[in-house]
Design a protein around this ligand. Structure first.
Ligand code: OGA
Ligand code: NI
Length: 377
């Protein structure tokens, strides 16, 4: 009897959660709407789940000697010695922590500042105007909502986001919000140039011809995920981005000086301290797959904060859900008898769908595509 009562209570709480999420979604005003309304307690569905969070202590940094390396791309004036040194550093970072920062990458400071301001203007415009972009339909040129996986993740992230696909088919200018139209175009152009260059360095780091990854179309697609995390009244109860690994080939992230980004290294969370003028680069799942696990797609998260709004722009190099028949598997040149393929071939679209179906539940999507290697007992 008791058991049945608690089942009923569980069902009721599940039901309440679903309707609370729906009611919130229907406001189309996002997390910012909650903060504007003056809430002091965050709704329960933002409370972090034990599935996403883990027992790793957040600020236990003294024990770790790891920090995300900063690579200066400025000295590259055709000097082959200098280039080799940079490629070595890219290799080391990609094999170990999966993350590095770049400075002197050529994107002017003014463009980076204006990009963050453009995102701020989008989220801080009249709610009524913003609502027109609120959707979960990924065929739309710009998708604004609170958490793509609001209905499937065990807990919601404390952020509003808009996602816009800038390549291979740039949106029509009139499909973009006028408050950030020009800067989205300009920043994407610059980010694409940096991405193509990074794929050259990464190809060289793998011992391949400079053009190898670009010829595989790793830089064909670029989507910008623009996050706005309003100040959170109870930051210890939630996350601004729950633990996840990126699904793309490569991510180039621009974040402001609020901080909160952490990467997992040797079972410890390491802060990525904001650095003026720098971009954060990380290896995504599909690059880990095509390098047969040589380069690592590492889990990361963003802590919620009393400070804010925190603004960040993640540039994902991949074509997402666009239809394609192009298959990606471990690169033949990297395989040998001692290094047989660990993954089956996939399309970027199938990988993306597999990932979105499961939501941010703290489990790596890559494991679903591992080949079962026959073990000799
Ligand atoms: C992401 C991400 C980090 C940040 O969008 O995948 O990890 O600082 N973002 O916004
Ligand atoms: Ni990420």
């Amino acid at each position: 009897m008791e058991e049945r009562n608690s089942d009923a209570a569980n069902l009721k709480s599940e039901y309440d959660r679903a309707s609370e999420v729906k009611a919130f979604d229907e406001t189309k005003a996002g997390v910012k709407g909650l903060v504007d309304a003056g809430i002091t307690h965050i709704p329960r569905f933002f409370h972090k789940s034990i599935l996403c969070d883990d027992s790793i202590s957040t600020h236990d940094l003294r024990e770790s000697h790891f920090s995300v390396p900063v690579i200066d791309l400025g000295g590259l004036n055709g000097d082959p010695f200098e280039r080799r040194e940079i490629v070595d550093r890219v290799r080391e970072a990609s094999e170990n922590g999966g993350f590095f920062q770049i400075v002197n990458h050529g994107i002017p400071e003014s463009v980076m500042e204006e990009m963050k301001e453009g995102v701020r203007r989008f989220f801080e415009q009249e709610t009524e105007v913003k609502k027109a972009f609120y959707t979960r339909d990924f065929t739309k040129p710009l998708v604004y909502n609170t958490n793509n996986s609001l209905y499937s993740s065990p807990s919601a992230d404390w952020r509003d986001t808009f996602l816009v696909r800038m390549a291979p088919h740039p949106p029509k200018p009139e499909d973009l919000p006028h408050v950030c139209r020009d800067i989205l175009m300009e920043y994407s152009k610059q980010a694409m140039r940096v991405g193509v260059f990074l794929f050259e360095l990464i190809s060289e780091a793998l011992g391949l011809n400079s053009n190898h990854l670009n010829e595989m179309d790793c830089a064909e697609g670029l989507s910008l995920s623009c996050h706005y995390c309003p100040p959170c009244p109870q930051p210890e109860l939630t996350m601004s981005v729950a633990k996840h690994a990126d699904i793309d080939f490569l991510t180039v992230l621009l974040h402001d000086d609020i901080g909160g980004l952490q990467v997992l290294n040797d079972s410890k969370w390491i802060d990525v301290s904001p650095r003026s003028g720098a971009l954060v680069v990380n290896i995504g799942d599909i690059l880990q797959l095509i390098t047969n696990d040589r380069f690592k797609s590492v889990e990361h998260r963003v802590l919620a904060s009393h400070d804010g709004p925190r603004i960040s722009i993640a540039g994902f190099f991949f074509t997402g859900v666009l239809p394609t028949s192009k298959l990606y598997g471990p690169i033949k040149e990297l395989l040998s008898e001692n290094n047989p393929p660990k993954y089956k071939e996939i399309t970027v679209k199938d990988y993306t769908i597999q990932f979105s179906k499961k939501g941010l539940d703290g489990i790596k999507a890559l494991d679903h595509f591992k080949l079962r290697l026959d073990k000799i007992e």
